[in-house]
Design a protein around this ligand. Structure first.
Ligand SMILES: [Zn+2]
Length: 171
C-alpha cells in the first residue's frame, strides 16, 4: 500500500525522473492481476519466512511512499507480508478476524496498481494471528492506516486485491 491512502489524491509517479536502480525495483512488483489472484502457500520454515520478509522490507524501502507489501507482489507465492507504518512488522502465515461488525470506508492504493485508487470497505478493528508472534495482535481505529494496511496485505496472501473490497457506492 501507499502512504497517501486516506489523505487525498495519489501523487503521480514521474517515471522518467527515476534512477536506473529505482526502475529495476519498480519492475520487481507484480502488476498482473491474474497472478495476484492465486492464494499463497503457507510457509513451514520460520527462517524461510524471515528471509522473504527481509527481501520485502528491502524492496518496500525502495518504493516511493510504500507502507506494505505481500510476497506474491514480488512473485514469491508464500504467505508472508510486511507493513511499515509505526514500526516494521512482518507476518508469517497470518490470519485476521474482525473484532466486531463495524466497517469503515478508506481511500486505498496498491503498489501493484500504480496510479489507481479505490474507496474500499474494511473492518474498523481486527485481531491478527501470525506464526512469528506468540500473542494475538490487535489493530483498530486508533491507527486506521495501519489497521487497513494489515487487512490489505493479508488479503493479498489470500489472492484478493483492493478491488475485491471496493465500497458498494463506488461500483
Ligand atoms: Zn496491495
Amino acid at each position: 500500500m501507499h502512504s497517501e491512502l486516506g489523505f487525498g489524491n495519489l501523487k503521480s509517479r514521474n517515471l522518467s525522473a527515476l534512477s536506473t536502480k529505482e526502475k529495476v525495483k519498480l519492475h520487481d512488483i507484480i502488476t498482473d492481476e491474474k497472478l495476484l489472484t492465486i492464494p499463497c502457500a503457507p510457509v513451514k520454515d520460520f527462517d524461510e519466512g524471515k528471509k522473504i520478509a527481509d527481501i520485502l522490507f528491502e524492496i518496500l524501502a525502495d518504493q516511493q511512499n510504500g507502507i506494505g507489501l505481500a510476497a506474491n507482489q514480488i512473485g514469491i507465492n508464500k504467505a508472508v507480508c510486511v507493513v511499515n507504518i509505526t514500526a516494521p512488522l512482518w507476518f508469517l502465515n497470518p490470519e485476521f478476524v474482525p473484532a466486531n461488525d463495524a466497517k469503515i470506508n478508506f481511500h486505498e492504493a496498491c503498489l501493484s496498481f500504480p496510479e489507481k485508487t479505490v474507496i474500499t470497505e474494511r473492518y474498523k478493528e481486527i485481531y491478527v494471528t501470525s506464526n512469528n508472534f506468540d500473542n494475538v495482535l490487535h489493530f483498530g481505529p486508533w491507527n486506521v492506516l495501519e489497521c487497513v494496511c494489515v487487512q490489505h496485505e493479508i488479503s493479498h496472501l489470500l489472492g484478493k486485491t483492493m478491488y475485491d473490497f471496493e465500497a458498494n457506492d463506488e461500483k
